[in-house]
Design a protein around this ligand. Structure first.
Ligand code: ZN
Length: 284
């Protein structure tokens, strides 16, 4: 049985009831092939993460998780946490980091286990919070992947016609009222100070992974800030070595592609190890 993973925040349903325990389904070659064929065609990391979680995430009873919860009922911190856990399960964790010193431009390497980095857990009110603003008391929920994708689409909206700009403004306002869980207040009256307060509050209640660590340059001994990408395994999942592995196993055991794809990744790796051991012994 796959072990349960406790999220630092938790996924919520339409009534904002939070579940914190999840597990991963067994990862076999079939799933790996599906991921590697689709991931590189998806436009951004947020869509890739949703696609992966839709295929591998199970609730604590082993049932599939509603894709709407993955997309719009889970904080960004939890999604990053799950992908980092998945990388660990699949042996795709990046332990070595190569950094160019920002002071003397020397390249140096250092070793780090990302799963040992501190994780900030959510508080009891998560995923909701209330705060006082200039237009009155507001309720907010933490942002989700859907919000993240919406915002990333706004970055290339220059040169819009007046009608398009107006439509966009309506969309933004609707999105904001979704996050603020407020429909009766005129949120267009929010001041810059209010927005800053909301941002700070969201940060306060959200779960968060440590993503910046300090690495000392071996040459000039200055301390560099290094970004530890929680999604570092995404390109590895997209670039599967599966065709080569199927070929190697099929050549030795004469199993069909379908049979090999049904093996768990762990068992497949086990057979590959045996094959390479034999090759070493017999000098094949
Ligand atoms: Zn340096």
């Amino acid at each position: 049985m796959a072990k349960c993973i406790k999220l630092p925040g938790g996924a919520w349903n339409a009534e904002f009831q939070v579940s914190r325990y999840f597990k991963f389904s067994e990862f076999n070659g079939q799933l790996e092939m599906q991921l590697s064929e689709t991931l590189s065609e998806l436009p951004d990391a947020a869509s890739q993460v949703s696609f992966i979680l839709n295929h591998v995430l199970l609730d604590e009873h082993g049932h599939t998780v509603d894709s709407r919860i993955i997309q719009n009922g889970m904080s960004i911190g939890d999604r990053q946490f799950l992908i980092r856990e998945l990388a660990k399960t699949l042996g795709l964790t990046q332990y070595w980091y190569s950094v160019e010193c920002q002071f003397c431009q020397t390249r140096f390497d250092f070793n780090l286990d990302p799963s040992q980095l501190p994780v900030k857990t959510a508080n009891d009110d998560y995923p909701l919070a209330e705060l006082e603003t200039s237009i009155g008391r507001l309720r907010i929920r933490v942002p989700t992947a859907e919000d993240q994708i919406f915002i990333s689409q706004l970055t290339d909206c220059k040169g819009l016609s007046e009608v398009e700009a107006l439509q966009l403004e309506k969309q933004v306002s609707r999105k904001l009222s979704e996050c603020l869980l407020q429909t009766e207040k005129d949120i267009s009256q929010l001041t810059d100070a209010d927005i800053a307060l909301i941002e700070a509050k969201v940060e306060e209640i959200s779960p968060e992974l440590t993503q910046i660590v300090q690495g000392q340059c071996v040459e000039c001994h200055e301390i560099n800030n290094v970004f530890i990408d929680p999604y570092a395994c995404l390109p590895l999942l997209a670039e599967s070595n599966l065709p080569v592995e199927i070929h190697q196993i099929a050549s030795v055991y004469h199993w069909s592609e379908k049979e090999i794809l049904m093996l768990s990744k762990k068992r497949r790796q086990h057979y590959l190890k045996l094959i390479s051991q034999d090759a070493g012994v017999f000098g094949l």
